[in-house]
Design a protein. Structure first.
Length: 241
């Protein structure tokens, strides 16, 4: 296994108060990246395959890439410094004007994840980032369990309402009170994660706040035999306290 990078997937997206928690990982480990509300909504929509009446910003960017023969090959969460994650988008383009070119761009992890989901591109995490973040797999399992329990309870209530309507001969829909309650983030143990910094956008930067502070900046293998360590821009998001 190549320990320079670890492949991961967006496993869940949880709406919070003014932000979103994106659970990124695999069967071995899961960590959280907090992103702003707008991009978090886009990530959630791409993840669930929700159709949109009009293209979002990431849809527009993907259309521009396609028009020039380009696509997103992969994205890499390549570094974490203090309370800031960094990412790279690897693009490839080939058209009638030039042969195949590979381009690497600095980007916020949130935008990188949105584009990866939009285009079905793989997501990778640098090994030193992967090793530095805290595993929140148990927290995610708790969220999924509670969601499943609420869905089952709502389904049972709907069945009871249908049976009651049949007995009374009343066809009126009386299940307004049986809607599935949203998960209350305050009931979850996200705040107990050690060293999780809130996120607050920094002007003119390009990163997102992580769930755990990591070590210093390191180079990484971009998949083409080159080391790249020139990340020096970032955008930090912090949750309002």
């Amino acid at each position: 296994m190549n320990r320079e990078v670890i492949e991961a997937q967006v496993r869940a997206v949880l709406p919070l108060d003014g932000s979103f928690a994106v659970f990124l990982g695999n069967e071995d480990k899961t960590f959280v990246i907090y992103v702003d509300e707008a991009v978090g909504s886009a990530i959630s929509m791409f993840m669930r395959g929700v159709s949109k009446e009009r293209p979002l910003t990431h849809d527009l960017l993907a259309s521009v890439l396609m028009a020039f023969g380009g696509k997103v090959d992969r994205v890499i969460i390549n570094n974490v410094q203090g309370s800031v994650f960094f990412a790279r988008i690897i693009l490839s383009a080939e058209n009638q004007l030039h042969a195949r070119k590979v381009i690497e761009l600095d980007a916020r992890p949130s935008d990188s994840l949105a584009l990866a989901l939009q285009q079905g591109a793989p997501i990778f995490v640098a090994a030193h980032v992967w090793d530095s973040v805290e595993d929140v797999s148990e927290t995610l399992a708790e969220i999924e369990k509670r969601s499943a329990e609420q869905a089952a309870a709502a389904e049972d209530d709907d069945d009871d309402d249908l049976d009651s309507d049949d007995d009374d001969g009343d066809d009126e829909d009386d299940d307004d009170d049986d809607d599935l309650d949203e998960i209350d983030p305050d009931d979850l143990d996200l705040d107990s994660l050690d060293d999780v910094d809130d996120e607050e956008e920094k002007k003119d930067s390009g990163t997102d706040a992580p769930s755990d502070a990591g070590g210093g900046k390191k180079g990484y293998d971009d998949g083409y035999g080159h080391l790249d360590d020139d990340d020096d821009e970032g955008e930090e998001w912090k949750k309002d306290k």
